[in-house]
Design a protein around this ligand. Structure first.
Ligand SMILES: Cc1ncc(COP(=O)(O)O)c(C=O)c1O
Length: 375
């Protein structure tokens, strides 16, 4: 029998979230295309589940060539965008063979493209650094680099050429986002091609997408499509999103502690009075955060309680005082449907839902609930 820890991946929730986010985006920006970001194995949910859950998306965006090829092998025929573009000339063979779009963010990439002959035109998005200071051309050089891309297009080396940028603070600071957007509009004014600007936070910010600039629009939401919130101050549920990943397990032991007895490594938690604790088959080797402190929410037998003591590699302890009847075999939801949200667990652990989702360990068995309701 496998260990009872399990990740249930609900492709129906992913499809519903895509629908919710697409409606919202289209309400402010009619005709906008919605490309689902599925990097890091679909934010930990798996490429296969992402292909199924996001079947209605207009495109996909990711980083790794093997994941892009997997999408094609699974039958995805719509656009796929490589968010970091290509890394060396040899990559362009794969790009052409699998009809992948590239981000161009560095002049070295254009040097390579200008020195090669491509058998088929490649779609490209030229990235502007509007203030994230991660990838992208500086504002003063952008139009020159865009002209190089357009020249490659005229030579049949590039297909569609578009403009893009990425926001640094769409989740917490509208002023910074407005400044980035103003920079984007000024620098790219009058350039031909589609525009791609918004991540989850920007897509979910009403009114923002009205001001993105002229041209066909593409939004690139990621985390919200998996039912997690990009905002620290707004829950995913309040945004109408459903959790796509549920991490569950069971109690494999339950016992009593005397007042003053410590539990787990370091005895960082000591029972203030006589109490019952349960031991859950889930630890940091499964992807549960080791730094989740005492008090982190967890659901046991349908009742919300808390983690106590330090998280072990394979186990963690929970307070059973609110659930005196719970013993071995009692169901536990670490995060997801019927339990705390991944964002709540992340907040308690001083991180973000993104990190917990992508850190789900390969050893955790997965069950995908397909859009048809099976699995
Ligand atoms: C370039 C780019 N676009 C879109 C996204 C999606 O972001 P989010 O998951 O916050 O929606 C990311 C994610 O980091 C990204 O790097």
């Amino acid at each position: 029998m496998p260990r009872p820890v399990l990740a249930t991946i609900d492709a129906r929730a992913m499809a519903a979230n895509l629908d919710t986010v697409s409606r919202l985006a289209r309400a402010t920006l009619p005709g906008v295309s919605v490309w689902a970001v599925i990097k890091a194995r679909g934010y930990g949910h798996g490429i296969q589940a992402a292909i199924e859950g996001f079947a209605q998306a207009d495109g996909l965006a990711l980083l790794d060539f093997d994941e892009a090829v997997q999408c094609r092998e699974l039958g995805w025929r719509k656009p796929i965008l490589l968010l970091e573009g290509f890394f060396e000339p040899a990559d362009l063979a794969l790009v052409q063979a699998h009809d992948l779009g590239i981000v161009i963010h560095d002049s070295g990439q254009l040097d390579i493209l200008e020195s090669m002959h491509l058998e088929r035109p490649v779609d490209a998005w030229v990235k502007l650094n509007t203030g994230m200071h991660r990838l992208g051309f500086q504002p003063e050089e952008y139009r020159h680099q865009y002209a190089r891309a357009l020249a490659l297009q005229a030579r049949g080396q590039l297909g569609q050429v578009g403009r893009m940028t990425h926001f640094a603070r769409a989740d917490d600071d509208p002023a910074t986002t407005r400044a980035q957007l103003a920079c984007f509009r000024t620098v790219t004014a009058g350039l031909p091609g589609p525009v791609s600007v918004c991540n989850s936070a920007a897509t979910l910010t009403a009114g923002l997408s009205r001001t993105l600039g002229e041209g066909p629009q593409v939004v690139r939401p990621g985390v919200c499509l998996y039912g997690a919130s990009p905002f620290s101050s707004k829950s995913a549920a309040s945004l109408g999103l459903q959790p796509a990943m549920t991490l569950s397990s069971v109690l494999i032991s339950a016992h009593s502690l005397q007042a003053g007895e410590g539990i787990g490594y370091g005895h960082v938690y000591r029972a203030p009075h006589g109490m019952r604790v349960g031991i859950v088959a889930c630890g940091y080797a499964d992807g549960y955060p080791r730094h989740a402190p005492t008090g982190t929410p967890v659901q046991v037998a349908g009742v919300r309680t808390r983690v106590v003591g330090r998280i072990s590699m394979d186990m963690l302890a929970v307070d059973l005082d609110p659930i005196p009847q719970a013993g071995p075999g009692a169901p536990v939801v670490l995060w997801g449907a019927g339990g705390p949200s991944v964002d709540e667990v992340a907040a308690a652990s001083a991180t973000i839902g993104y990190e917990l989702l992508v850190a789900l360990a390969p050893r955790v068995p997965r069950r995908v609930v397909s859009v048809a309701g099976t699995g």
